[in-house]
Design a protein around this ligand. Structure first.
Ligand code: AMP
Ligand code: GLY
Length: 429
C-alpha cells in the first residue's frame, strides 16, 4: 500500500523508518519530512496544517493509510476530513483528540470515571479574581496549565503565590497563549518517577508498547526550563508488570470506555504521560499522538510489522499480534541548538553523522535541513542520537549513545549527560 506520514521531526523519522521495513509497503511519502526521512521515502513539501493540500495529495497518489505525527492537525480534525474522503487514518478524530487539545475535558472525564490523576480546579478568564483567591488559600507547589495546546510552554510549576499569580496573569491578562489560555487548570503537584506509555487502540481493544521515560527539562538533574524532551530510554524498569496491569485496568480501559460513552471513539495512539506516585500511576497528561522523543526508542524495540499494526488499527480492528517487544533496550539523546528552548540560531553545519551510524546506532533527524549539499541545523531539537541493542542492558545502551554523540558536532550543540541515569540508579540500588 501507499502510505503518507505527516510531520517533520524525529518522531516522524522513527515512524518512517519502522514503516519502511514493512512488507505491506509500496510507496512511502513524508509530508513534509526532513533530510533523514528523505532517505526512506519521498518528502513532499506540504505543511502539516495544510489539510486541503494533504487531502489532494492523498487522493492523487492513491494513499491508503495516513499516519499523523503531530497533535495540531489531529486537534483541528484532519482525520475526519481524510476519512470522509475514503482514506484510512492512524490518529483520532477531532472529537477524540480533545483528550489532548482541552486539558479541562480530559480532567473532567477522568474525574467522572474515577481515573487516577492530580486533584484540580478549572478557572475561566472572567474568574481572574476568584482564581487568585483560590491560590491564596492552598499549599505549594501547585501546577498551572493553560487549557489548550501551547507548544509545551503552557505548564508552570509554581513554588509560591507570587509565581502562581504571574502564571495566571500570563494566561488571563497578557493573553500569552491566546485562546489556549482563556481557561486554566490549577492542579495538585504530584511526585514520583515519570513514565510515558503508548496504548495503540482501535477504541475498544489495545496493546501497550514498551514503557519509556522522557527527560523534559533542558539541563541535567531535571533543572531548567521544560522542553519538548531532551532524551528518552526504553524499556523503563520503573514500570513493572504490576504497574503495567494497573495502567491497563485503571487508566486505559476506563478512558477508552469513557470516550465510547461520549460517542468519541478513540482510535490511534493514546499517549499516557504518567506520574508513578506512591499511590500508584496517575495521569499527568494525555496526548493524542506518539511522543517525541519516546517514539525514537520505543519503535526500534518492536519486532513484527508496525504497518500491520497501524493499518489494522486504522481499519477499526487492531491486530494485536502484529508486533511484539524484541527484548532489547534503546536510549536516545537529543542534540539541541544553543539557546533552546528559548531563541536559537539555525544554519549551523553538522558533522560526524555518517561516522557513527551502524546496526546499533541510529541518528534521527529532527530539526535539520540541507543547504549547499550539507546538513545544517534548522530547529531547536536537531538530532536524536539513538542506540538500539538486542539485550535489555541500559548501561550499554547509554554508553553506545554517548560514544556516538561525542563524535557529532555543530556550533553551540548542547545535550544532557544524564539520560538513563534514573533507571541505572534504580538497577544499582
Ligand atoms: P505536561 O505538558 O502536562 O506534560 O507537563 C509538562 C511537565 O510538567 C510534565 O512532564 C511534568 O514533569 C510536569 N507536571 C505537569 N503536571 C504535573 C503535576 N500535576 N505534578 C507534577 N508535575 C507535573
Ligand atoms: N515527549 C513529550 C511529548 O511528546 O509530548
Amino acid at each position: 500500500m501507499n502510505v503518507a506520514v505527516i510531520g517533520s521531526g524525529g518522531r516522524e523519522h522513527a515512524i518512517a523508518l519502522s514503516v519502511s521495513k514493512s512488507k505491506l509497503l509500496n510507496k512511502l511519502f513524508i509530508l513534509p519530512g526532513n533530510p533523514g526521512t528523505g532517505k526512506l521515502g519521498t518528502n513532499v513539501h506540504i505543511d502539516v496544517n495544510d489539510s486541503p493540500g494533504i487531502l489532494n495529495f492523498c487522493l492523487s497518489n492513491s494513499i491508503e493509510l495516513v499516519i499523523v505525527g503531530p497533535e495540531q492537525p489531529l486537534i483541528e480534525g484532519i482525520s475526519d476530513l481524510l476519512r470522509k474522503n475514503g482514506i484510512k487514518v492512524f490518529g483520532p478524530s477531532k472529537e477524540a483528540a480533545r483528550l489532548e487539545g482541552e486539558k479541562s475535558f480530559a480532567k473532567d472525564l477522568m474525574k467522572e470515571y474515577g481515573i487516577p490523576t492530580a486533584a484540580y480546579e478549572i478557572f475561566y478568564k472572567n474568574d481572574f479574581e476568584k482564581s487568585l483567591n483560590y491560590l491564596r488559600n492552598i499549599e505549594y507547589p501547585v501546577v498551572i496549565k493553560a487549557d489548550g495546546i501551547a507548544a509545551g510552554k503552557g505548564v508552570v510549576i509554581a513554588e509560591n503565590y507570587q509565581s502562581a499569580k504571574s502564571a495566571v496573569e500570563e494566561c488571563f491578562v497578557k493573553n500569552s497563549f491566546g485562546i489556549a489560555g482563556e481557561k486554566i487548570v490549577i492542579e495538585e503537584y504530584m511526585t514520583g518517577q515519570e513514565a510515558s506509555i503508548f496504548a495503540i487502540t482501535d477504541g475498544s481493544d489495545f496493546i501497550l508498547l514498551p514503557a519509556a521515560q522522557d527527560h523534559k527539562r533542558i539541563f541535567d538533574g531535571d533543572k531548567g526550563k521544560n522542553t519538548g524532551g531532551m532524551g528518552a530510554y526504553a524499556p523503563t524498569p520503573f514500570v513493572d508488570d504490576e504497574i503495567l496491569s494497573q495502567i491497563s485496568q485503571k487508566i486505559v480501559i476506563p478512558t477508552l470506555k469513557a470516550m465510547r460513552d461520549k460517542s468519541a471513539n478513540y482510535s490511534g495512539c493514546l499517549y499516557c504521560g504518567l506520574m508513578l506516585t506512591h499511590e500508584g500511576p496517575k495521569v499527568v497528561e494525555f496526548n493524542c499522538r506518539f511522543g517525541d522523543p519516546e517514539t525514537q526508542v520505543v519503535l526500534p524495540l518492536l519486532d513484527g510489522d508496525i504497518l500491520g499494526l497501524l493499518y489494522t488499527t486504522a481499519k477499526g480492528k487492531i491486530n494485536k499480534n502484529a508486533v511484539w517487544y524484541n527484548g532489547g533496550s534503546s536510549a536516545c539523546v537529543v542534540a539541541a541548538s544553543a539557546g533552546y528552548p528559548d531563541k536559537y540560531e539555525k544554519g549551523k553545519v553538522i558533522s560526524g553523522i555518517d561516522n557513527v551510524e551502524n546496526d546499533e546506532l541510529l541518528v534521527y533527524h529532527a530539526g535539520t535541513s540541507i543547504k549547499d549539499g550539507e546538513i545544517v541545523t534548522n530547529g531547536g531539537r536537531v538530532l536524536g542520537i539513538t542506540s538500539v541493542i538486542k539485550e535489555n542492558n541500559l548501561k550499554l545502551a547509554k554508553q553506545k549513545c554517548y560514544d556516538a554523540i561525542s563524535k557529532i558536532y555543530f556550533d553551540g550543540m548542547q545535550y544532557r549527560k544524564d539520560i538513563c541515569d534514573k533507571a541505572l540508579n534504580l538497577i544499582n540500588k
